[in-house]
Design a protein around this ligand. Structure first.
Ligand code: DC
Length: 222
């Protein structure tokens, strides 16, 4: 099956999608990491979001790969491990901007469809159930309050040794939500037919159980 997981930033999509994939022995594709790689590569090469031709060439040139490891998975941009570099607050803001560019979305959506077409895969992002795989057998929309999502992002960044402030992190989460939801090309929406899981106040295990139930229901109708 193809399992599509969408939702705003900080809703726990990556952690839960990875764990769900592990339980099911499925592959996991973190599509946000792919947009983050494009933003990092564009920044390093001095390509701005308006340079459509250069951006398109960049998307065709770079190679993005995932490799499982102890802590989850590593992200490679060409031969370089960029797992940390793509997750800085600066690169998060750049990604929000660059992921709105149609040339970038078209290139990434194509790659995601190629990676997932055989099934046995969990993909998480913003447009998986609406654009990338609208006919996915399981569609989930994972959300939580902005305050809780900001706090989770803050804890995550602090644990990685980054010196961030809670109110600023919550404000950044809200501003990225607004940008991701209001862009004209593939905005963040609740895909038709998606089951909504609001994880506010829920533990990871509780959310994972709700996700497994949804997968079980889909298996029963296969
Ligand atoms: O899930 P994330 O926080 O790693 O996503 C980083 C950015 O990429 C975020 O601003 C939304 C964008 N994104 C997107 O537009 N479409 C996707 N399928 C995944 C992420």
């Amino acid at each position: 099956m193809i399992i599509a997981i969408d939702g705003p930033s900080g809703a726990g999509k990556s952690t839960l999608s990875r764990q769900l994939a592990e339980r099911l022995r499925y592959a996991y594709i973190d599509t946000g990491a792919m947009y983050r790689c494009v933003a990092l590569a564009a920044h390093r090469e001095g390509i701005s979001p308006e340079d459509t031709t250069d951006l398109q060439a960049l998307c065709d040139r770079i190679r993005i790969r995932f490799e499982p490891c102890e802590e989850g998975q590593r992200v490679y941009l060409n031969a370089e491990d960029v797992s940390r570099a793509i997750r800085t607050p600066e690169n998060s803001m750049r990604t929000s901007r660059i992921s709105a560019e149609p040339v970038v979305r078209e290139a990434m959506v194509q790659q995601q469809r190629d990676m997932g077409k055989e099934g046995g895969v969990v993909l998480d992002g913003r447009d998986i159930g609406s654009v990338v795989f609208p006919h996915a057998e399981v569609k989930l929309f994972l959300t939580a309050s902005a305050e809780e999502r900001g706090r989770r992002r803050y804890d995550e960044l602090r644990a990685k040794g980054q010196n961030v402030d809670l109110q600023t992190t919550i404000a950044e989460v809200e501003s990225r939500d607004a940008a991701d939801s209001s862009r004209s090309h593939s905005p963040l929406i609740q895909p038709e037919g998606a089951e909504v899981i609001d994880s506010t106040g829920m533990s990871i295990e509780e959310v994972l159980q709700s996700m497994l139930e949804a997968v079980g229901k889909a298996e029963a109708v296969q």
